[in-house]
Design a protein around this ligand. Structure first.
Ligand code: FES
Length: 111
């Protein structure tokens, strides 16, 4: 099992134990973390935008050119931005820290 820590904004933190092999988008869906993922992981929407803790970002496999192209479309892009559907949890990622983008939780808190 690998522990993934999601920060959903405004102090909301969710710590989840998952089996390696799932993508971060799949994990988020299973544990009711509010990530859209409109295209179901087909690299066609960028609504699964996540920001990875900087110490963990460097440990991830590099984004493909297709992922980088999609990332160019997100608002609030950061140097540590990735698409959740493109990151598969592995045993090496035990303890991974992930943030939902500020635009995401600002939108949800204004409702
Ligand atoms: Fe559409 Fe990730 S779910 S790009």
């Amino acid at each position: 099992m690998s522990k993934i820590i999601f920060y959903e904004g405004k102090g909301k933190r969710k710590e989840i134990e998952v089996h390696p092999g799932q993508t971060l988008l799949e994990v988020a869906r299973e544990y009711e973390i509010d990530i859209e993922g409109t295209c179901e992981g087909n690299l066609a929407c960028a609504t699964c935008h996540l920001i990875i803790d900087k110490d963990w970002f460097v440990k991830l496999p590099e984004a493909t050119e297709d992922e980088r192209d999609m990332l160019d479309l997100v608002s609030g892009l950061t140097v540590n931005s990735r698409l959740g559907c493109q990151i598969t949890v592995t045993a090496d990622l035990d303890g991974l820290i992930v943030f939902l983008p500020p635009a995401h939780y600002d939108r949800n808190n204004s409702q």
